[in-house]
Design a protein around this ligand. Structure first.
Ligand SMILES: Nc1ncnc2c1ncn2[C@@H]1O[C@H](COP(=O)(O)OP(=O)(O)O)[C@@H](O)[C@H]1O
Ligand SMILES: [Mg+2]
Length: 454
């Protein structure tokens, strides 16, 4: 096959099912009695008939709701999972950043893991020697490089894994949402390197929750839902379909999925003219309903950059966002009210106690801070063993994007007002885009526009 035609990634009718056991002991029964009449599990179809090819040099974004099968697909492509049916072929050296936990040996040091990993990817020892310093510098985890990987924070882990992945000059780079873990400065550094890797002709497969990233970075996007590929086309259109699906109430999801699939059929029929194809996709999607998206809880979304300061007699616990009805959420609809809650356990007696919060963007811009009281109005005394529940109610007037929350308890000590406990990035949330909102910029100030046309 001429090199130009060869797909770097070829996925042919791939399906994957997992056995699901209703009760833990059923797994044991199945192991003990594999030949018995009864089957002790049900098949769960995580992927069904996935079919696509990625030509050399293309960057493809994979989007889909939680649990739709994205990670399973990437693991099959990287060979860490075998498909139940179908075939996958990948050409060249594949460097992968899969979900946390994959790839490193926990008891070995960072340095040892760099060697292990790079060698598995086909580098000789001399080649690793030559790029080790660059890898360490890129990861920028200091002395931790000599510590066992099990002592790493998830942020450090991703830094090192990414540093290895981009220094082995991969032909195919596969990334599963891993970048969401690093801090913003590191993310920027990573995106710059992905650009360089793309420019060098590599093929990139990329799972991301960030619509902006997929649109900015990818040549093409694929939408997976319920284990099926339901859209494949220009990133902007596919991301639009994904968001449409994301904000559809559960009872209408199936219907919308079928509409999207019908649109994709149009898109595939119109192959060759991507403009016509894109228009076909969009036409298949009805305008969003008037009520706007509903907030919900994305269990997988947790900050990994949480930083705890040294405690001085108080402990912040259970920081979370809720709707006014008390339902925990972290994906918010703009324009509505929410409550940011946490509790504080006092291990020692404290005086002059007040609590605070801060909301920051991914880049660290302080969007909004608040406190329960001024220093003069602080709680005079709290006894050891007491617990205080704090609530900050707010209306979410923020632009779509990801935000982080801090929590802090202040008390009066001999040296003055001091933090008794302080957590940076203790919780995070996302604000969903809403086609009905006209504001741009970070904060929606409820601007009313008037036009006089004379
Ligand atoms: N080892 C497994 N056993 C059983 N079910 C699994 C296993 N791995 C994944 N699943 C299920 O397969 C579905 C797809 O999972 P995943 O690929 O992780 O989705 P995504 O990455 O899109 O969130 C989910 O419903 C998940 O619970
Ligand atoms: Mg996943």
């Amino acid at each position: 096959m001429p090199a130009g035609d060869a797909a770097m990634i070829q996925v042919d009718r791939v399906s994957k099912s997992f056995p699901v056991y209703a009760k833990p002991h059923h797994r044991l029964m199945q192991m003990l009695l594999p030949a018995s009449e009864r089957r002790w599990y049900k098949e769960f179809h995580a992927l069904s008939g996935i079919d696509f090819r990625v030509p050399r040099g293309q960057t493809v974004g994979i989007v889909g709701r939680n649990g739709s099968g994205k990670s399973t697909l990437l693991q099959i492509i990287c060979g860490t999972l075998t498909p139940s049916a179908g075939d996958v072929r990948v050409q060249g050296r594949v460097a992968a950043l899969l979900e946390l936990g994959a790839g490193f040996a926990p008891d070995f040091t960072g340095r040892e893991n760099v060697y292990l990993n790079a060698t598995v990817l086909g580098l000789t020892r001399a080649e690793v020697d030559a790029c080790f310093d660059d890898i360490a510098a890129f990861a920028d985890i200091g002395e931790f490089i000599e510590q066992p990987v099990k002592t790493y924070s998830s942020g450090m882990y991703v830094r090192l894994a990414f540093a290895v992945a981009i220094h082995v000059k991969p032909d195919v780079l596969v990334i599963d949402e891993a970048l969401a873990v690093g801090d913003e400065a590191f993310q920027r550094k990573c995106f710059a390197r992905i650009e360089a890797i793309r420019a060098a002709g590599a093929t990139v497969l990329f799972v991301s929750h960030s619509a902006g990233t997929v649109i900015d970075l990818c040549d093409r996007a694929i939408l997976i839902d319920g284990g099926e590929l339901i859209a494949d086309g220009p990133p902007k259109q596919v991301v639009g379909l994904y968001q449409k699906l994301l904000y559809t109430p559960a009872d209408r999801a199936r219907e919308v999925r079928e509409q999207i699939r019908a649109g994709t059929a149009t898109l595939l029929a119109g192959e060759g003219s991507s403009k016509a194809a894109a228009a076909g996709t969009v036409a298949a999607v009805p305008a969003p309903g008037g009520s706007g998206p509903e907030p919900y809880l994305d269990e997988a979304m947790r900050p990994s950059s949480t930083l705890s300061y040294e405690r001085r007699g108080a402990r912040i616990e259970n920081a979370r966002l809720c709707t006014l009805a008390g339902q925990p959420v972290n994906v918010l609809a703009a324009g509505r009210e929410y409550v940011y809650r946490y509790s504080v356990d006092f291990e020692g007696a404290a005086a002059g106690v007040r609590m605070g919060m801060m909301m920051r963007t991914l880049t660290g811009v302080e969007v909004c801070g608040a406190a329960t009281a001024t220093p003069e109005n602080a709680l005079a005394a709290v006894a050891a063993g007491e617990r205080i529940e704090v609530e900050f109610k707010f209306r979410c007037m923020l632009a779509p994007g990801t935000y982080f929350l801090n929590a802090g308890v202040l008390g009066r000590l001999a040296e003055g007002e001091t933090y008794l406990d302080r957590r940076i990035d203790v919780a995070m949330f996302r604000v969903m885009p809403d086609a009905h909102r006209l504001g741009t910029g970070l904060v929606d100030m409820d601007v009313t526009a008037h036009v006089r046309h004379s």
